[in-house]
Design a protein around this ligand. Sequence first.
Ligand SMILES: Nc1ncnc2c1ncn2[C@@H]1O[C@H](COP(=O)(O)OP(=O)(O)OP(=O)(O)O)[C@@H](O)[C@H]1O
Length: 235
Amino acid sequence: MRLPVFRVRRLSKTYTSCEVEVRALREVDLEIARGEFIVLLGASGSGKSTLLNILGGLDSATSGQVLFGTQDLSAAGEADLTAFRRRHVGFVFQFYNLIPSLTVAENVALVTDIAPDPMPVDEAVGLVGLAPRSRHFPAQLSGGEQQRVAIARAIVKRPDVLLCDEPTGALDYATGKLVLEVIARINAGFGTTTVVITHNAAIAGMADRVVKLGDGRIQSVEANAHKLTPSELAW
Ligand SMILES: Nc1ncnc2c1ncn2[C@@H]1O[C@H](COP(=O)(O)OP(=O)(O)OP(=O)(O)O)[C@@H](O)[C@H]1O
């Protein structure tokens, strides 16, 4: 059994706005092992992004506990959560959020200033297969290429954890597969614990474990006996 990197205990999150309470997570229990590849499935509004954001220190729980190793994120203040995110977490979102006036290399380099032990920018850009495009601007790249820049930016700081919220949601079939291949390569090559949110159930085939959320609760956790490579997935 690999060591748990995250231990989530009775995690609940209630949003209150305009006097309306929304219970986004209800007593979620989950352990994620170091190096594991988790795919998080569930209907819209089931709490996937809320869980991912709390794991990544972007949001905090209403009750319950989240341990990252021995660090209790649920008891951490803003400054500690900021340090946790900078040191340990890479995020990839559906939309790439690149700065249009900066080149590929410059977009990736931005992060290295605030990370304690970044890899060389060229290495990160090379890992996502974009070395020949490193002096191009985002507008000169396809959507899939821009998402690969976003992945390079997420991994350049050598994060322990890569959290991806719908990373292929805006991409076509072939391009989505290329992006999944990059994520799988980072997970396998660096042992980066990886959580991917998707609405595409076919992507579940590449996970070590598939976690299904429904109405803020974990409905099932299933291990894949045989993980598929992205090229073996079909949808
Ligand atoms: N900041 C917020 N304020 C109020 N309610 C929120 C907030 N963020 C999320 N919610 C609500 O919490 C619930 C869970 O949202 P969440 O974004 O985690 O779901 P999701 O499974 O990621 O959905 P989707 O697949 O549509 O992205 C939803 O009912 C949503 O409306």
